[in-house]
Write a protein that binds this ligand. Structure first.
Ligand code: ADP
Ligand code: MG
Length: 454
């Protein structure tokens, strides 16, 4: 049977099945003319799909639930290849993928020349692309729709919406002297948008890699990450640091990436959750970080002011003792802001020491200390993030913290694998108890960075 187009539709909605420990959803759907029932359960990670009657097991191998309304082919590479062929009437020249990321520890340190410790997650943007003889870009996102533009349309502030990330990546590569021409490109992503897992960097990195392979350009992942970052900074206009693009480009499976954001020297540090019997859960609060822009700029200014008063090039160059000794000079607020940055840098290095010593199970308290510092000293948490952290710890988590810029987005919890269901249940109940929208909880695994799939 010919595979149906990716968006098979849910026809009768969903029903919670209530199996303890699982967020079960029953989908009634039809794929083409074939009706069926599909049970999918978020098993603390990848959504598993099982057919409960009618259609047979081969469908469950081919399909995954992207949402309660949309089925997708299990293999996103196959999905974008088919979508590309249907939309553009030819085969793509290649297929590329780039992951989102979670930052294990090292928050608000990147613009202070400090240390960060992200991992690539097993959620990614997958693109199929082929060159064109002219300068047109025809872009198809299976999640967001279609856009068409020409290369000469691209410039700072000129490309609205999601196309800016893709077009910006091509523009940025062209700024390196690469003769970039037109492109047909189809993409799909299972990186949650706006949850602090950097769907934007995944999109930029997948596009940079595809365009580089098709039109030429540098081979070094660090260089490619800077090209992707420039797209976000200059074309989209978001003043983000280099962490997200470096993680998406340079991580390798089973590791976290220790990145010195001053020198851009990156080191792979083993992070084998399975061997330690642990799981890393993302708790997506569903709260958008709308407040974040102004506060982010304000925190950056505060750090620059503190560094000036301490007479160091950046807070990276100050110690906890320096900051304590300058408490009066800094004043109450700058003192707390600077204390977060210097203690957070120290926590990153201490986490790395423990990981290198094979003590993954001993990093939990450092993650929790990071949260407390972000909540009390840096003041970028939110009630939902605090609730997620407190409930995860109560449920047996070894450590938990907000991740990303703050004011919303996601928290991370490190827990024994056997406690994943309990953490999910107790966090969900705590949210309900406080009248918050139900969070989405899922496990992430340290995955490989951007690469060509076909
Ligand atoms: P985050 O990076 O934390 O997910 P951002 O606001 O930085 O949040 O980036 C999200 C933006 O990235 C979306 O608003 C959209 O423009 C773009 N984007 C993410 N996923 C897709 C997708 N599947 N298709 C098209 N654009 C996407
Ligand atoms: Mg982003």
């Amino acid at each position: 049977m010919r595979p149906p187009t990716p968006a098979a539709r849910c026809t009768t909605g969903t029903a919670r099945l209530g199996n303890p420990g699982y967020d079960d959803v029953l989908l009634m759907f039809s794929v083409g003319q074939v009706p069926g029932k599909l049970e999918c359960f978020a098993d603390g990670g990848s959504t598993m799909v099982r057919f409960v009657d009618d259609t047979g097991p081969e469908w469950s191998r081919r399909y995954r639930a992207m949402s309660t309304e949309r089925l997708a082919l299990t293999d996103p590479a196959e999905e974008v290849r088919i979508a590309f062929a249907e939309r553009f009437g030819r085969e793509p020249e290649g297929i590329w993928a780039a992951p989102g990321r979670a930052n294990l520890v090292g928050e608000h340190t990147d613009y202070n020349d400090g240390f960060v410790l992200p991992l690539a997650i097993d959620h990614r943007v997958t693109v199929a692309a082929a060159r064109r003889a002219d300068d047109r870009l025809r872009l198809l996102s299976l999640e967001k729709g279609e856009r068409e533009l020409t290369l000469s349309d691209i410039g700072p502030g000129l490309v609205e919406g999601w196309a800016g990330y893709v077009a910006g990546a091509m523009w940025s590569l062209a700024r390196e002297g690469v003769e970039v021409g037109g492109l047909d490109l189809a993409l799909t992503s299972d990186v949650p948008v706006g949850s602090g897992l950097s769907s934007s960097a995944a999109l930029e990195c997948a596009t940079v890699l595809a365009t580089r392979d098709l039109y030429g350009g540098p081979g070094d992942p660090g260089r490619l990450a800077l090209i992707a970052q420039r797209a976000e900074n200059e074309i989209v206009g978001v003043p983000s640091g280099i962490m997200d693009q470096m993680a998406s480009m340079a991580c390798i499976a089973g590791h976290v990436l220790l990145l010195d954001t001053r020198s851009l020297v990156a080191e792979q540090v083993p992070f084998d959750l399975d061997a330690a019997g642990l799981t890393l859960l993302v708790i997506d609060t569903g709260v958008s970080h709308a407040l974040a822009d102004g506060a982010y700029a304000e925190r950056r200014r505060a750090c620059e002011a503190a560094a000036r008063l301490l007479e160091v090039p950046a807070l990276r160059d100050a110690t906890e003792a320096d900051v304590a000794a300058a408490a009066d000079l800094l004043g109450e607020v700058l003192h707390r802001r600077a204390r977060h940055v210097v203690t957070e840098n120290a926590r990153v290095l201490e986490v790395v020491d423990r990981l290198r010593a094979g003590r993954l199970d001993a990093i939990g308290p450092l993650l929790t200390a990071s949260h407390v510092s972000l909540r009390d000293d840096y003041e970028v948490s939110a009630p939902e993030l605090d609730t997620a952290v407190e409930a995860a710890l109560r449920a047996g988590g070894l450590g938990a913290r907000m991740t990303g810029a703050g004011f919303g987005g996601s928290a991370l919890a490190l827990a024994p694998a056997v406690e994943a269901g309990a953490v999910t249940r107790i966090v969900t109940a705590a949210f309900a108890g406080r009248g918050f929208r139900a969070p989405t909880v899922f496990a992430v695994h340290p995955a490989h960075g951007a690469r060509r799939l076909a």
